[in-house]
Design a protein around this ligand. Structure first.
Ligand SMILES: Nc1ncnc2c1ncn2[C@@H]1O[C@H](COP(=O)(O)OP(=O)(O)OP(=O)(O)O)[C@@H](O)[C@H]1O
Length: 705
């Protein structure tokens, strides 16, 4: 049952991160069905597995859809908080009713559940980023608050000004300029100070926002680089880059907007409402009825338009994705003469995007038209009602002016609060996505642990009883009680069927993953107790089938193996790798820029630069994972020459595909089904006439074909 559960749960790990909602009642039905004595749930050996995947599909429906970029209502926020809890509790309940006794089963389900629930926003992490900018942030808040208070004063001062004008028009006595100068200068001063405060808080806030975002980017990037290879197996690079770019951008904008406009809008709404009430309680009563209705209707249309705008953005992103894929794989597109098809695909997405954007444009036009009518009607209504009050001597013209301006301020502030709420929820979910990986600790720490002094390091490696499953496929055991010794300064080759686990052995030696059970020893020490940076950086040189170079110069690419290396050391490594001649043949020599992922070099040249990059650190152990299998015969010969020279005096593990390249190895091991089934020298194995001889025969037959 344990294995069944694990096997069933394993593929679920890769399910979508955003499940949709459905009825929780289904869950209860499922557990009843599973436990009822009459059901045949226990009789079939497949049932627990079926049940758990059924359970999962219902649980993820029954829980909730966590907050996405578009979800804004408080109802969704509640679900956002409750969702993960519902998932976890129901997972435990299910495990209980399904009699899952082994703890690991609970953990498997709960792990799956946890992976599929929305990340939480962690305020304490935000605090860590904001703390260094606290003074600037407090300054920004004070200035924004000051600007909002002044904004409340402006309608009242405008009223004073209008009262002077009205009195002069009514009485035509006194010195108009003299009377108007006082309130006008006061208002001018207020405008000036308000402008200064506004500039001040925007400058401070943008400084805080940019610095917080920069710190977040650096910390997130550092955290991502620290993660294990298993983490990158489970997460798409595009999504990780999205967290570094779009999510941090979204969070920064929301952070700035909520602090500046949120504070201003709330202060202005409260302040101006008080002013309105002081000016005219009767008119305020009227406003209280009309304004929320209009703002509510505006918010509703606004949310519809925002949804349309999000759809338009997604469609643009889709079209960009098609173009990105086609341009990124332009050689494959050209090789299959697929330019027309790619163009059609792109045109289809662009047309869709154009249609949605046109609809959005029409929606915005109608919205603006309606809001213009509504705003003008409010002004008209206020003047009409206010005029009646003036005629009854209940209100002065200046008060009416103050009322008009203050009510417009309230209206603008309320509209901006409704937009800000959506922005805040979007910002929180973006922030949560960023924070999710900030606190993530790798299971294999990069530093810490012992080092073996260079002079006493022999380079002997022992794989002892290694069993291993990839974390993304826990049910599939790749290595089964695997044993192998790499004697110091000897070459051991592993051959065998495709998918038999040969490259996995190399990955375990590099500690890209840790074995599920068993120990790998270096000079008699468990490699888990050794400093990983030292192990990868100085002890093991790794060359694989498809070397990836960085888009910089050849010199920098080789120096990547040892950043402090001198130019002479780089040239020496290139000579050892048979690369010096072709490099100096380029007009720019070692300064030749190799293009994205080394695209401007041939396969053989790329491989030799990669060999030089591995050799420059003078590793005691060299791992060659099918280093020549992607090359043509001539390139293979040159690279093989380089490798033969490079392997002298080192412990070498060769993962070989072409058997012709490993005949001189000190030991050849044939792998099948996760363990070594034959071992010996080339001659010994050939004379045995076992699996090795079969492999040679098969390769010869393929070669002849
Ligand atoms: N990152 C991974 N995550 C999950 N499973 C993997 C991963 N890499 C390899 N596997 C699986 O592990 C098994 C062994 O793969 P491995 O690459 O070690 O085989 P191999 O013997 O080197 O094959 P080949 O000769 O074709 O390169 C395969 O079934 C493969 O699908």
């Amino acid at each position: 049952m344990f294995q069944l559960l694990c096997r069933r749960a394993a593929p679920l790990r890769s399910l979508s991160l955003y499940p949709r909602c459905n009825k929780p009642a289904d869950l209860w039905k499922l557990s009843r069905w599973y436990t009822s004595p009459g059901s045949n749930a226990h009789s079939s050996s497949q049932k627990p597995g079926n049940a758990i995947s059924h359970f999962w599909s219902l649980t993820r429906k029954a829980a909730c859809r966590p907050v996405t970029r578009t979800s804004k209502t408080p109802h969704v926020v509640l679900r956002y908080i409750l969702g993960p809890a519902v998932l976890t509790v129901s997972a435990r309940v299910f495990c209980h009713v399904a009699h899952c006794e082994e703890d690991v089963n609970h953990n498997t389900v709960i792990d799956v559940v946890a992976k599929n629930s929305a990340p939480e926003f962690k305020w304490h992490i935000l605090w860590e980023f904001v703390k260094p900018q606290l003074f600037a942030l407090i300054g920004a808040v004070v200035l924004a608050f000051g600007a909002a208070i002044l904004n409340i004063q402006i309608p009242l001062m405008l009223g004073d000004l209008v009262n002077v004008v009205a009195r002069y028009l009514r009485e035509h006595t006194g010195n108009y300029i003299h009377e108007i100068r006082g309130p006008a200068l006061k208002l001018l001063g207020l405008y000036g100070i308000q402008g200064l405060l506004t500039s001040g808080y925007i400058i401070l806030l943008s400084r805080v926002g940019e610095r917080v975002a920069a710190d977040m980017r650096k910390t997130l990037f550092a955290s991502l680089l620290r993660q294990d290879v298993a983490f990158f197996d489970a997460n798409k690079t595009g999504q990780l880059v999205n967290r570094l770019t779009a999510d941090i951008q979204e969070f920064k904008s929301s952070f700035k907007l909520v602090i500046s406009q949120g504070l201003r809008s709330i202060t202005q709404t409260v302040g101006c409402f008080v002013s309105l009430y002081v000016i005219s309680p009767k008119l305020t009563g009227l406003t209280v009825v009309v304004l929320p209705c209009l703002v509510g209707a505006g918010a509703l249309i606004g949310s519809f338009l925002r949804r349309l705008s999000r759809l338009a953005q997604e469609q643009v992103a889709k079209a960009t994705g098609v173009a990105d894929e086609a341009l990124g794989n332009v050689r494959t597109v050209k090789a299959f003469a697929m330019e027309e098809r790619e163009l059609r695909l792109y045109a289809h997405e662009v047309d869709k995007s154009c249609e949605i954007n046109e609809n959005l444009g029409a929606g915005i036009a109608i919205f603006q038209g309606l809001s213009n009518i509504a705003l003008n009607c409010i002004v008209l209504g206020t003047i009409f009602a206010g005029g009646t009050l003036i005629s009854n001597n209940e209100l002065s013209p200046g008060d009416l002016m103050s009322f008009l301006v203050a009510s417009q301020t309230v209206q603008r502030s309320l509209a901006s609060i409704s937009i800000l709420f959506g922005q805040m929820v979007r910002g929180l979910s973006s922030g949560a996505r960023v924070f999710e990986y900030l606190g993530l600790e790798p299971t294999i720490p990069l530093s810490g642990g012992g080092r073996i002094p260079y002079h006493s390091l022999t380079g002997r490696v022992d794989f002892m009883n290694i069993s291993f499953s990839y974390p993304t496929r826990p049910g599939h055991q790749v290595l089964k009680r695997f044993n192998l010794t790499l004697p110091p300064c000897k070459t051991v080759a592993i051959v065998g069927e495709s998918g038999g686990g040969k490259s996995t052995v190399a990955s375990l030696l590099e500690r890209f993953y840790d074995p599920t059970s068993g120990v790998i020893m270096l000079d008699g020490l468990d490699i888990r107790t050794l400093d990983l940076c030292w192990l990868r950086g100085q002890v093991i040189g790794f060359i694989n089938q498809e070397p990836v170079l960085f888009g910089s110069s050849i010199m920098e690419n080789i120096r990547f193996g040892k950043p402090e290396a001198t130019d002479a050391e780089v040239i020496n490594a290139a000579k050892q790798a048979n690369a010096h001649r072709f490099i100096t043949g380029f007009p720019d020599g070692y300064n030749t820029v190799v293009g994205e992922r080394g695209v401007t070099l041939s396969g053989g040249q790329k491989q030799r630069v990669a060999i030089a990059r591995a050799l420059i650190k003078n590793p005691s152990i060299l791992v060659l994972d099918e280093a020549t299998s992607a090359l043509d015969a001539e390139s293979e010969r040159v690279v093989q020459e380089a490798l033969d020279r490079a392997t002298r005096g080192r412990t070498v593990l060769i993962i070989a595909h072409r058997l012709s390249t490993i005949q001189g190895a000190d030991l050849i091991c044939v792998m099948s089904n996760g363990r070594i089934v034959e071992a010996g020298t080339h001659l010994e194995l050939v004379s045995k006439g076992g699996l090795y001889s079969d492999l040679i025969r098969r390769q010869r037959a393929e070669g002849q074909r």
